[in-house]
Write a protein that binds this ligand. Structure first.
Ligand SMILES: Cc1cc2nc3c(=O)[nH]c(=O)nc-3n(C[C@H](O)[C@H](O)[C@H](O)COP(=O)(O)O)c2cc1C
Length: 325
């Protein structure tokens, strides 16, 4: 068992990663129901939050059933980050996570996300200021370093802990790798093996199945793992990993009926949140992932991608349901 702030987690916890445009309220709830031990909002711009931007504010909303939940913020200015953290604290999340890992050019070029890995004193200064500004636990999510010549995670982990963070998530890639190559977990293990590190370490990167999850705990010793891309359209990964870790048995994949039921639930919740048209557009990125592995799915996919309402898409989903029965 380990704790982040006042929240207790069982050993070998499995977290849903923050994913922009994916981990909205409906999707987080589904992952939660299917076993995720912790969920995070998409990253939220600190500048947007303090400017009262509608889009950023909306991302603060969550349901009690999602707890424990972390609100993730990003930015590059101390004052904005502090004010954004105070704003995020007002909706009482279980923690606030600082994004020091995003590799996207427009974020990095301002010195936010993984851009801060080129200016560690500023990273520590902002982190400390955010920790001191709020009562809720503050955590950090970052990468191994800027590039292969600056693998600094083992040095900054201790310094971040000294800033008062309650847990550290490490994505085993550098900023230069973006999402390519393989995640290198050996440096994550090095941080975990540092006897001065007391805070929980959450390992992230390329957990795509049960055996990789088991390896992350067994070979790298992390307190929790965080799953990102593999959960998109496959929220069952959480319960599968947890089942496997307990029994060493890989459970049967969800039937096409289960996929249909879950997708419809997800879709309906998106309609409630965004309205019919925007929900139909939003769901386009999920259709194929939900049906991954089904043979000859392409013709259905082409049609689903044209649907502009729930009803239109549902008719096609019903056909799919019957076709793959
Ligand atoms: C579409 C997409 C959106 C992402 N958005 C965020 C984000 O908002 N905040 C964040 O910290 N990381 C974000 N990430 C990074 C993931 O949280 C995670 O660190 C990365 O995908 C590696 O984990 P994985 O191999 O399990 O996907 C995003 C990744 C993807 C693919």
């Amino acid at each position: 068992m380990f704790t982040i702030g006042n929240t207790q987690f069982e050993d070998k916890a499995v977290f849903l990663a923050p994913l922009e445009d994916i981990t909205d309220r409906p999707f987080r709830l589904i992952c939660k129901e299917l076993g995720a031990d912790m969920v995070y909002t998409e990253f939220i711009s600190s500048e947007g939050l303090i400017r009262d931007a509608e889009k950023s504010k909306r991302k603060l909303l969550f349901e009690e059933a999602e707890r424990p939940i972390g609100i993730q913020i990003f930015g590059h200015q101390k004052e904005s980050m502090v004010r954004a953290a105070i704003e995020a604290e007002s909706v009482q999340p279980d923690l606030i996570d600082i994004n020091w890992g995003c590799p996207v050019r427009k974020v990095v070029s301002k010195g936010a996300g993984s851009g801060i890995l080129q200016d560690v004193p500023r990273m520590l200064d902002i982190t400390r200021a955010v920790v001191n500004a709020v009562k809720v636990p503050v955590t950090v999510k970052t990468r191994l370093g800027w590039d292969e010549n600056s693998l600094i995670i083992d040095q900054i982990a201790e310094a971040l802990q000294d800033c008062g963070i309650a847990a550290l998530t490490i994505h085993g890639r550098t900023r230069s790798q973006l999402y390519g190559g393989n995640a290198d977990w050996s440096l994550i293990r090095k941080v975990k093996e540092n006897t001065r590190i007391q805070i929980p370490i959450i390992g992230n990167g390329d957990i795509t199945d049960c055996t990789k999850a088991e390896q992350a705990f067994k070979d790298y010793g992390v307190d929790a793992i965080m799953v990102g891309r593999a959960a998109i359209g496959y929220p069952w990964i959480f319960q599968e990993i947890k089942h496997y870790l307990k029994t060493a048995q890989i459970p049967a994949p969800p039937s096409s009926e289960e996929r249909y039921q879950t997708l419809i639930r997800h879709f309906k919740a998106e309609v409630l949140m965004r309205g019919d048209i925007f929900a139909s557009l939003e769901m386009r990125k999920f259709f194929t992932p939900y049906y991954k592995g089904l043979p000859n799915f392409k013709p259905f996919k082409m049609r689903l991608m044209q649907a502009t309402s729930f009803q239109e898409a549902e008719n096609i989903l019903q056909e799919i349901r019957q076709h793959y029965q």
